[in-house]
Design a protein around this ligand. Structure first.
Ligand code: DC
Length: 231
């Protein structure tokens, strides 16, 4: 599952993994963990060569139980600090460095192994797992995404949140290395008017469809499942 921040990826991915008894991997948490480590070690984030050289150092370990995913860096539990403002403000810069991406993509592929996992990020369908059984690209209006993030975070306004997210989205979508984009064969799901249960139900329906006898893997789906409206 790929998509911009606030599109509902995390809750939906975890919900789908729980419903199907699959593992779950949050790749954004890995980029955040790498960023946390760089900040902790005083790496100058304006110097992409410095980031590239040090990207091999941190040992990042992701736990894949959807009931309680975990993330450790060099043995330290960083689940909470990687969500803080300092990391959030810097992660797009670190995630744009090709050496960071190649290291984390290799780690992600190791974790994914033979499959049976729901993976969320920005480049899962395009780069990390282009042969995934189902690729979903979640979207939502900028306002809906800002509202959702605002509800999760204290001490900010919806407008400030929308501006910060727009900056991060622009960096994530325009970087040279593996920018956020919809994969070939992905199903686009607009979650603006949907609640979490509805998003999960729709993804489960798509899984069922792929598993069914009429499933044709790899067939482009863009445009068909474009918009979902509450009835
Ligand atoms: O999903 P998130 O907001 O926790 O992701 C944090 C950042 O990591 C996001 O700004 C873009 C980057 N990211 C990425 O470049 N590739 C991924 N597969 C996942 C996240």
């Amino acid at each position: 599952m790929d998509g911009p921040s606030g599109s509902g990826k995390s809750s939906a991915s975890r919900g789908v993994a729980k419903a199907l008894g699959l593992r779950y991997l949050d790749t954004g948490a890995m980029y955040r963990a790498m960023t946390w480590w760089m900040l902790r070690h005083g790496v100058d984030l304006a110097d992409s060569d410095a980031i590239a050289v040090r990207a091999v150092e941190p040992e990042i370990v992701s736990g894949t139980d959807p009931e309680g995913p975990t993330i450790h860096v060099d043995g330290v539990d960083v689940a909470s600090p990687i969500r803080e403002a300092e990391v959030t403000a810097s992660v797009s810069v670190v995630a744009a460095v090709p050496e960071v991406r190649s290291r984390l993509v290799a780690l992600q592929r190791e974790i994914i192994g033979a499959g049976d996992i729901v993976v969320e990020g920005r480049d899962i369908g395009t780069v990390v797992a282009p042969d995934a059984t189902l690729k979903v690209y979640l979207t939502a209006s900028a306002e809906a995404r800002a509202r959702r993030r605002h509800a999760e975070l204290a001490g900010t306004t919806v407008e400030a949140q929308q501006a910060a997210m727009a900056t991060r989205d622009r960096l994530d979508s325009t970087r040279r290395a593996d920018p956020l984009s919809m994969a070939a064969g992905a199903v686009e799901l607009d979650t603006t008017a949907l609640n979490l249960e509805e998003v999960i139900a729709e993804v489960l329906r798509l899984v069922e469809e792929r598993r069914g006898p009429a499933a044709k893997s790899g067939e482009p789906r863009r445009g068909r499942d474009h918009t979902y409206e509450r009835t």
